[in-house]
Design a protein around this ligand. Structure first.
Ligand code: IPM
Ligand code: MN
Length: 346
């Protein structure tokens, strides 16, 4: 049976990096005999400006019939902040109950990390970011001009399913799980995270249980990234520490992520934004998008194909053909990077 892949190229550099990811998908699918069909959706800034709505009615039900979604980037200079982020990205994450945001922080050989003396063997961990609660719940409001409320909401169900996912993942990796929180101040919310972490942890006595406060985590990620294997944290802190993670793995151009509903439809995306100032120049780095596509293959159960793509990316990085991972400095074009990856598929 053919997979049904929904593709939302989106705004800015989204379409050009997504094109390369799809090019690589087409090659690897041919080699591994994977059948799929693509449905492309035009959502993003332009769609909003011309239709005066962010998404058409009933679209989530349509998405639920897909095998997976690949997203480029969302964000447009002519649309006020929050409209597209909340209306498209968060709408899909919440609407499809993609309660895990999985963000690998992995330094591939040949990629520059700003941390002195750290190599690929030191930087290889994965952040399991809760993806449906916390400060992202959207519950709050504004009274006149003086009072605003922005609430941090957690549920036992939301925390527990995230923590279980993280323990299971740690079991497949190096068996060490670090809970990142601010339980010395957020005694209610993160107190509950602590409680559930320990409670569920009783079922995972083979996993080393570790803890870091989020401020200290920002320090350890730079000083001793090799300490970490699997990290689990709330939505807001996960957002912040994965940008830090992206920079130590070589920059936004290479960091992928997956919004995962283990029982439903998941969505994969580079963690970078639409970077409008780099758009349509043909020099954005598509590696994050290509790796996001590999995560999608893995999630679909196509582990061999996923591994082939990841290995090909790793070989391209190691080859030194890309001078710098930042947009505009690669020394090769966006589409040449896609070609290079295809050249190493085997
Ligand atoms: C990310 C982004 C989003 C987030 C924004 C665009 C809503 O920063 O995917 O990390 O905060 O989750
Ligand atoms: Mn972010």
């Amino acid at each position: 049976m053919a997979y049904r892949i929904g593709v939302i190229p989106g705004d800015g550099i989204g379409p050009e990096v997504t094109r390369e990811a799809l090019k690589v998908l087409s090659s690897v699918a041919q080699i591994c005999n994977i059948k799929y069909e693509i449905t492309e959706y035009p959502f993003g800034g332009e769609y909003y400006l011309s239709h005066n709505k962010v998404l058409p009615d009933g679209i989530l039900d349509e998405f639920k019939k897909l095998s997976a979604i690949l997203l480029g980037a969302i964000g447009h200079p002519d649309v006020p902040p929050g409209v597209l982020e909340k209306g498209v990205l968060l709408k899909i994450r919440f609407g499809l109950d993609q309660y895990i945001n999985l963000r690998p922080v992995k330094l591939y050989p040949g990629i520059y990390t700003p941390i002195k003396n750290k190599t690929p063997k030191d930087i290889d961990f994965v952040v399991v970011r809760e993806n449906t609660e916390c400060l992202y719940s959207g519950i709050g409001g504004r009274l006149r001009d003086e009072v605003v409320i922005e609430t941090m909401i957690y549920t036992r169900k939301g925390i527990e399913r995230c923590i279980r996912y993280a323990y299971d993942l740690a079991r497949k990796r190096r068996k060490r799980l670090t809970l990142v929180d601010k339980s010395n101040v957020l005694v209610y919310g993160h107190g509950l995270w602590q409680e559930i972490f320990k409670e569920v942890g009783k079922e995972y006595s083979d996993i080393t249980q570790d803890h870091a406060h989020v401020d200290a985590m920002c320090m350890w990620m730079i000083k001793n990234p090799e300490w970490f294997d699997t990290v689990v944290t709330c939505n807001m802190f996960g957002d912040i520490i994965t940008d830090l993670g992206a920079i130590i793995q070589g920059g936004m151009g290479v960091a992928p992520g997956g919004n995962i509903n283990p029982e439903g439809v998941s969505m994969f995306e580079p963690i970078h934004g639409s970077a409008p100032k780099h758009a349509n120049k043909g020099f954005a780095n598509p590696i994050a998008s290509i790796l996001a596509m590999a995560m999608m293959l893995d999630n679909l159960g196509e582990t061999k194909a996923a591994e082939m793509v990841e290995n090909a990316v790793s070989s391209v990085c190691q080859s030194g053909r890309i001078k710098d991972m930042s947009a505009g400095k690669m020394g090769v074009s966006t589409s040449e990077v896609g070609d290079l990856v295809i050249g190493y598929l085997k």
